[in-house]
Write a protein that binds this ligand. Structure first.
Ligand SMILES: [Zn+2]
Length: 262
C-alpha cells in the first residue's frame, strides 16, 4: 500500500488482491470527500486509514466491487453520506451476486445505503460536479472540480487503447461520455486504476480518437460480412493477458460486438 500526497489530497494506492498483485486500485480523499472505497478484501489494510480520516461524504463512481466493496463497512461505522448514480441506488441496496472468481479476487460487495448524487457535492473548499458517463457500466459517474481542473474518472479512462471489454461495456456510450467530458475545462485526471494523470485531457482525447477508429473499422468489417472471430483476428491479433486472468469475462470479442451492436 502506498500513500501519496497530491495538493491537499490524500491518495491511497493498493493492489486489489494481495496474492495476485495484477491490478492496483486508488482511493482519493480530499477535504472530507472520499472518492471510491476500495475492495472489501483489503478491509484489514484500509480500515485503520478510513478510521483516521474525517470522512463527511463518499462518492461512488460505479457499482463494481473494487470501487464500492468497502461501502458497507463505511455505511455501518462512519457517519457519512454515500452518493451514487440514481440508477445504482437499488443495486447498492442489495448484496452483489458475483461470479466466484470475482469474489475470490476482490471480496464480496455487500449491500449499503446510498443516495443519488445531488447536483453538486460541496466540501469546505471545493465543488464536485457528478457527470453521467456510461460506457464501462450503466451507472458510471465522473466528478469534476472546476476550480482545480480535476476530473475523477473512476473506470472511464484506465487506458487510452483498450483491447478487451466486459460484456456490459458499451463502445457507443464510452464515445458519447468522453465527448461530453472533453468539453469540460479539466487538466488532471484521477483514474481508479492508474492514479494521477497530469496530461489527462490529452490522454482522454487520444482514447476518444482510438475508440472512434476501432468502432469504424469493426463496423466496416462487419458490414463486409466478416464474423466476430475474423474481426478479432484482424484488429487484435494478439491474445490479451486479462482475458485469461478474468476467465474470459474481459474479451476482445466483447469489444468487437459492442462496436456494431448499437
Ligand atoms: Zn469497474
Amino acid at each position: 500500500m502506498e500513500r501519496i500526497l497530491f495538493d491537499d489530497m490524500e491518495i491511497i494506492k493498493i493492489t486489489v488482491n494481495p496474492i495476485f498483485p495484477m491490478m492496483d486500485v486508488y482511493l482519493y480523499f480530499i477535504d472530507g470527500l472520499l472518492v471510491d472505497t476500495g475492495p472489501s478484501i483489503r478491509k484489514r489494510n484500509l480500515m485503520p486509514l478510513l478510521k483516521t480520516w474525517d470522512i463527511r461524504q463518499v462518492a461512488i463512481t460505479h457499482h463494481h466491487e473494487d470501487h464500492a466493496g468497502l461501502a458497507r463497512w463505511i455505511d455501518k461505522h462512519v457517519s457519512t453520506e454515500i452518493f451514487c448514480h440514481k440508477n445504482m441506488v437499488a443495486v447498492a441496496h442489495k448484496n452483489a451476486h458475483l461470479p466466484w472468481y470475482r469474489t475470490l479476487f476482490s471480496g464480496p460487495r455487500l449491500a449499503f445505503n446510498a443516495r443519488p448524487y445531488p447536483e453538486v457535492i460541496r466540501t469546505y473548499k471545493y465543488e464536485f460536479y457528478p457527470i453521467d458517463t456510461p460506457g464501462h457500466t450503466f451507472d458510471h459517474v465522473c466528478l469534476f472540480e472546476p476550480y482545480k481542473g480535476w476530473l475523477f474518472t473512476g473506470d472511464l479512462y484506465i487506458t487510452p487503447y483498450p483491447k478487451v471489454f466486459l460484456k456490459e461495456e458499451s463502445m457507443l456510450s464510452y464515445i458519447n461520455s468522453i465527448q461530453k467530458i472533453i468539453k469540460l475545462d479539466y487538466k488532471t485526471i484521477f483514474c481508479g486504476h492508474e492514479g494521477v494523470i497530469e496530461n489527462g485531457k490529452e490522454m482522454m482525447e487520444r482514447k476518444l480518437q482510438y475508440l472512434q477508429k476501432i468502432r469504424k473499422d469493426v463496423i466496416n468489417l462487419h458490414k463486409l460480412g466478416y464474423n466476430d472471430r475474423t474481426i478479432v483476428k484482424k484488429i487484435f491479433p494478439d491474445r490479451v493477458k486479462l482475458e485469461t486472468a478474468s476467465f474470459g469475462s474481459f474479451s476482445r470479442r466483447n469489444l468487437v460486438r459492442s462496436c456494431y451492436r448499437e
